[in-house]
Write a protein that binds this ligand. Structure first.
Ligand code: MRU
Length: 356
């Protein structure tokens, strides 16, 4: 089945598919400067929490690779600058910071082992590639755990895009749907368009269509209508940051879907890697919410659709843990009370449970 490739490390540089142009055009760029990678993350050439993490790891490796530093000390100073630049791109998705921390750890290990710059550079490239490889394995595992919770047949709903484009693997929520579909479950996916950036309409619909998975595209204000129909068996979305109590930030609009799900007795699930946990914050009130340009609300694909008035654009919202039936991770399935199950998954690496 078709799996999109949003990012790749190559000998020429970091190649990224420009997700802003999808589905109209499939155009890729090759980046050789970490500052360009930072700009690409900020401007959404690449997006989706795990894919942002992969891009940050590759950006850090690229920065080290092309550094003119002649000593380990000079390289260390420049590496701090590189990580600082990449960290300032998008504030909500914690995978970005997770990936940078991992690259910093590897840098410390390598510089403790050797003062040969070529070896340090090679080690950083390998680490970035390893982050990417692990995302692929992670998605497959999330898919296997989550698929068990999907209905044998019928409708499931998503939000935004948490597919291959958003992770560099098979996707988190779309990974669950993909594995369930390959197991023979007869799923039909309801895809909310996800205004204002239209990740549902442009990206999720594109991925599902290419993968041969049946879908119906709906506008965001149709969600309640479809959930009330009694035909939706489950909702599964990705996540950008999961607080210690299970409160989850995801694309704007997710919260209202979760509330409507509860009202209509439809289970609402999150599919996300453990790298999306932020156990340093107690609850969702501590999650920074990115404010994006209001022009993305007043304009659609560059065309003005509203008068020149004040418009708001919080890019994410927080769904309280009480609306979340389970969280599918690569290490197993977390259930309430999340204050305990998330710590167990993060600390032991053991599956919390593997069956519905
Ligand atoms: O603004 P985006 O497109 O980066 O937002 C993406 C989402 O909200 C995804 O649902 C989330 O990052 C999970 S991706 C596996």
């Amino acid at each position: 089945m078709y799996v999109a490739q949003p990012i790749e490390w190559t000998d020429r540089g970091v190649v990224m598919l420009d997700q802003r142009r999808l589905p109209a055009e499939e155009i890729s760029y090759t980046y050789t400067d970490y500052r360009e990678v930072a700009k690409a993350i900020r401007e959404m050439v690449i997006r989706g929490a795990p894919a942002i993490g992969v891009a940050a790891a590759m950006g850090a490796a690229l920065g080290v690779l092309h550094s003119p530093a002649k000593s380990v000390e000079a390289l260390r100073t420049e590496f701090q600058e590189i990580c600082g630049t990449l960290a300032k791109t998008r504030p909500t998705a914690v995978d970005l910071f997770w990936a940078l921390e991992r690259m910093k750890r590897r840098f410390s290990e390598l510089t403790a082992q050797t003062s040969e710059l070529a070896k340090i550079k090679q080690g950083m490239i390998e680490e970035a590639q390893q982050v990417h490889l692990e995302k692929r394995a992670t998605d497959e595992a999330i898919g296997r755990f989550g698929a068990e919770f999907m209905p044998r047949e019928g409708q499931v709903m998503t939000q935004c895009n948490a597919g291959a484009l958003a992770t560099g693997g098979i996707g988190t929520d779309l990974g669950v749907i993909r594995v369930a579909f390959e197991q023979g479950r007869k799923l039909h996916v309801l895809v909310p368009e996800t205004r204002p950036y239209l990740q549902g309409a442009r990206l999720t619909a594109w991925e599902l269509h290419k993968g041969g998975i049946p879908l119906t595209l709906i506008t965001d204000n149709m969600v309640g209508h479809f959930l009330k129909s009694g035909k939706v068996g489950a909702i599964v979305t990705g996540a950008d940051r999961i607080a210690a109590n299970g409160d989850t930030a995801n694309k704007i609009g997710t919260y209202q879907i979760a509330v409507l799900a509860k009202e209509n007795n439809v289970p609402f699930y999150i599919a996300a890697p453990v790298s999306t946990f932020d156990l340093s914050i107690p609850d969702g009130d501590h999650i920074p919410i990115e404010e994006r340009s209001a022009a993305e609300v007043t304009h659609l694909q560059g065309v003005r659709i509203a008068p020149d008035v004040h418009a708001a654009h919080p890019a994410f919202d927080v769904t309280p843990a009480r609306y979340i039936a389970a969280i599918f991770t690569e290490r197993g399935v977390a259930r309430a009370p999340y204050t305990q199950s998330l710590i167990a998954l993060a600390a032991t690496g053991q599956p919390a449970s593997a069956a519905p």
